[in-house]
Write a new protein. Structure first.
Length: 279
């Protein structure tokens, strides 16, 4: 695998807290190794900011192995970045090239208020996962896997639920190939106001601007990433793809007689989905 270094422009969302107004700030990073992880690149940037006496960028991280689900970021309008089935901490800088501009934002969902910069409060999602329920009892040794025949669909659903790491991407993302721009899911292949990336507008003097397969076919291109004001930040996005749909749909209704049911959580997967996409 070829190793190379790159210079990058980062447009990172900075916000003091959930009640203050945030904005994009632009940073330059140099000599970033293609073998660095995305979070290591942020470590380099933060070290640079600290040396310059500036406030470092706050972001969540823990295991850095794709297990804990803490490293929740929008990277160029995609949850966890451009690699499929990948967390931000597993994303490596070889996914980018020298001279790229990378836009980094926190999760966009009403249930995930911004704590600071790229850190959001995912307590609401944790409560939904918790409502799936578990018990602690002595059951002896585990039985053989094939001792009790399990329907294929049930087994698949169980594996899907077990694969959930609680990152919250399913709540705050759009159905591919759409990306989130200003709290709205758009198709960057055909949207003239977000052609190939959020904020890249196709313009034309005497004709209707058009975007085809992520390229402006008339006029020039200007790129200015934008983000809604705090009153709009985190508004739920319609047409989401629930990558953790099975986990989200684990029937909270099984616990309707428990104290969990009184915590104002949705009582079904459909009502929960409605809560996520309502304006």
């Amino acid at each position: 695998m070829e190793h190379y270094t790159m210079n990058l422009t980062l447009k990172v969302w900075k916000q003091k807290n959930s009640s203050s107004q945030g904005a994009f700030e632009t940073y330059q990073v140099k000599d970033i190794s293609s073998e660095m992880s995305f979070l290591e690149m942020f470590d380099v940037l933060n070290e640079q900011l600290i040396r310059d006496g500036k406030d470092p960028i706050a972001f969540d991280h823990d295991c850095r192995e794709g297990i804990c689900g803490m490293c929740s970021m929008y990277i160029n309008g995609q949850a966890h970045g451009p690699w499929a089935k990948n967390t931000t901490c597993q994303l490596h800088m070889r996914a980018f090239k020298d001279g790229d501009t990378i836009v980094v934002e926190p999760w966009r969902a009403a249930a995930f208020p911004v704590i600071k910069d790229l850190v959001v409060d995912r307590t609401a999602f944790d409560r939904i996962i918790q409502a799936g329920g578990y018990i602690s009892v002595n059951t002896g040794n585990a039985v053989d896997a094939n001792a009790i025949p399990i329907d294929k669909k049930d087994a698949d659903d169980a594996f899907m639920a077990a694969a959930c790491i609680g990152c919250g991407a399913c709540v705050a993302t759009c159905a591919a190939p759409q990306i989130a721009c200003q709290g709205v899911c758009v198709d960057p292949r055909f949207d003239p106001n977000n052609c190939n990336a959020c904020g890249t507008k196709c313009t034309a003097a005497n004709a209707t601007p058009a975007c085809l397969n992520g390229a402006c076919i008339i006029g020039s291109v200007s790129s200015t990433p934008t983000r809604p004001t705090p009153s709009v930040i985190g508004k739920p996005i319609a047409n989401r793809l629930s990558c953790c749909a099975t986990r989200a749909a684990m029937p909270i209704t099984r616990f309707t007689n428990s104290s969990i049911a009184t915590s104002k959580l949705p009582t079904s997967s459909s009502s929960m989905a409605g809560a996520r996409i309502a304006n």
